[in-house]
Design a protein around this ligand. Structure first.
Ligand SMILES: [Mg+2]
Length: 271
């Protein structure tokens, strides 16, 4: 395996890496203490669109970890930035499925959000995970897409790891809309598209070759790293297993059991 060296910044996934649902994984505090001690800058970059950066800060704070707002990047933020660039708010209205994290990011870009059944229909349907999803939201999204609206998704993770196990992720909602629209597939902006990693590098102000990503999911975190040409650590505390590595034609740079092993490797950098 490649030498674990030349590391000046990290882009870290959260679900399945730092916690399962609301349960922190062992070694969480030592991990962040080590990053701070070694003055390694990092961005917490998640495909999960549900929470706002402030809510992620609060969640980490309940686990004893203090994070700055600018250290958090979500697929909702990436999606709102993409929409502002390609479908500006002065010319486009949106219909959104999603939670507060997506809503706030879209409102921050001055988008106006259509209500269920509101006419005229929106120009763009944006879909992120919504854990309070109702049928009438799916119906409005379907009718709006069938009327010709663009279809954009924050991410297409089929599942979400929780303390109870795997539950439906945004990709499952997208499949429902795909079925109902007769096969329309959204443009998805989260990992494995390289956009989030590219934006994180800009925030870190570091080149890709001194940066590493940490993730638990091959088809998002690791594939995205390969596409963005950033070295990656796959941890085995989330979605993907060692067995899954045999079924893909790309690989992480390093495989580690968990953040405890990663923390030790980071401590060893200074020796
Ligand atoms: Mg994850």
């Amino acid at each position: 395996m490649k030498n674990f060296s030349n590391i000046q910044a990290l882009i870290i996934d959260m679900d399945g890496v730092l916690w399962h649902g609301n349960k922190p994984l062992a070694g969480l505090n030592d991990f962040f203490d080590t990053l701070r001690e070694q003055q390694l800058p990092f961005i917490l970059a998640t495909n999960n669109s549900t929470l706002t950066p402030i809510e992620y800060m609060a969640k980490l704070s309940t686990m004893g970890v203090v994070i700055k707002e600018k250290e958090i990047l979500t697929s909702s933020m990436i999606t709102a930035l993409y929409l502002a660039e390609h479908y500006p708010a002065d010319k486009n209205t949106l219909f959104m499925i999603g939670e507060q994290g997506l809503k706030e990011a879209l409102l921050a870009q001055n988008f106006s959000l259509k209500a269920v059944n509101e006419e005229p229909k929106a120009d763009v349907v944006v879909c992120g995970l919504d854990r309070n999803l109702r049928w009438d939201q799916l119906a409005t999204a379907t009718l709006t897409i069938r009327a010709g609206a663009k279809f954009i998704a924050t991410n297409s993770d089929t599942t979400l790891p929780t303390e109870q196990g795997l539950v439906p992720g945004n990709g499952s909602i997208l499949m429902a809309l795909k079925t109902a629209t007769g096969g329309v597939i959204p443009k998805s902006l989260g990992k494995p598209e390289p956009l989030m990693y590219q934006y994180a590098l800009r925030l870190l102000n570091k080149p890709a070759f001194v940066t590493i990503t940490i993730g638990d999911r091959l088809d998002t975190d690791i594939l995205g790293s390969v596409r963005a040409k950033i070295r990656s650590v796959m941890v085995l505390t989330g979605i993907s297993s060692k067995q899954d590595l045999k079924n893909v034609d790309y690989q992480p740079t390093w495989i580690m059991d968990d953040i405890k092993v990663l923390t030790q490797a980071i401590k060893d950098l200074k020796k």
